[in-house]
Design a protein around this ligand. Structure first.
Ligand code: GUN
Length: 307
């Protein structure tokens, strides 16, 4: 193994400690804690597991956590009314509606109904616009791209003037991370290329990358020969490729996860690489917590600086 492992579990934990410290200080000084509501519609197993982890993390940090589970057949109108109630609730600083939603509910309408100043996912068009403008304008950077940027910065990787190639053009990862990397400032100032399913010569673009961010959702898409020696490889892919017995409880089956990069071969060429699992994944929840704390701080008129 030549590449240095970028461990999201360790870096995420470091940031969670910082959030805990700040939450305690704010509670002592102002008598309030960040309030986060997670709205889960139905019982999609992956969604339940994500939401459970979000709730557990929020509790650990000393946040007020409201878990609002709704039946799969809730009407769109009732869901929008529920969101409106949390928009008006002063003890709630972050509203998260777990996606995907059942087919009879228009996701876009739901995202648009969330108060942009409580949209800790950063999915509302107002926050997408704020991110595009950059700098002081940014309120809630979307969690996965923000996590990727933190991994890069805290690993001491130079982004200024670097060739960054982003594989994938989703609204949740590809487009926002590319946008963040072209801004001015720390963890940015990169020259960015976005490649996607219609790009010609995918391999040639990847070979130029000093920083290669892969969010395609295709297991093993990026081959080792596409990686520039010494490059920083961030693998956002979390692909369930099978099942295996759990280490703790061999009677229970757990998913086998694989990234978008052929990790075993890539780690011999890259300079830095994120594992799957344990790379980008843990950072998403960490950044959700940071955005919720930021929301409270903004309400209290406290400057956010780094956190
Ligand atoms: N479903 C999968 N990832 C996410 C996320 O980051 N936020 C929300 N709201 N739903 C998700």
């Amino acid at each position: 193994m030549t590449a240095k492992l970028i461990k999201g579990t360790d870096i995420g934990e470091e940031i969670l400690q910082e959030i805990t410290t700040e939450t305690t200080q704010i509670k002592e000084k102002y008598g309030v804690v960040p309030g986060l509501v997670t709205i889960l519609v139905g019982s999609n197993p992956a969604s339940i597991s994500y939401v459970t982890l979000k709730i557990k993390t929020a509790h650990r940090l000393g946040f007020q956590e409201v878990q609002d589970n709704q039946p799969a057949d809730i009407s769109e109108k009732d869901l929008l009314a529920l969101i409106d109630r949390y928009n008006k609730d002063d003890s709630i600083h972050g509203i998260l509606v777990q996606l995907p939603l059942p087919k009879h509910i228009d996701e876009k309408k739901v995202i648009n109904a969330i108060d942009p100043d409580k949209d800790v996912d950063g999915f509302h068009p107002v926050n997408v616009g704020r991110l595009m403008i950059g700098g002081e304008e940014v309120k809630f950077p979307p969690c996965t791209p923000a996590g990727i940027q933190e991994l890069i910065v805290r690993s001491g990787i130079e982004t200024s003037g670097a060739e960054a190639v982003v594989v994938g053009r989703s609204n949740i990862v590809g487009k926002p991370i590319a946008n963040m990397l072209i801004q001015r400032g720390k963890g940015a100032d990169a020259t960015v290329t976005i490649v996607h399913t219609k790009t010609k010569n995918l391999a040639d673009h990847c070979k130029r990358a000093d920083i290669l961010i892969v969010a395609a959702g295709v297991p093993g898409l990026v081959k080792p020969e596409w990686i520039k020696p010494g490059a920083c490889v961030i693998d956002v892919g979390v692909n369930r490729v099978g099942e295996k017995p759990s280490k703790n409880d061999p009677q229970k089956m757990v998913p086998i996860l694989k990234g978008d990069v052929d990790f075993d071969a890539a780690k011999e060429i890259a300079g830095y690489i994120t594992p799957v699992p344990g790379g980008v994944g843990p950072m998403t929840i960490t950044m959700l917590m940071r955005n919720t704390l930021r929301s409270l701080k903004s309400r209290l008129g406290i400057q956010s600086g780094n956190s």
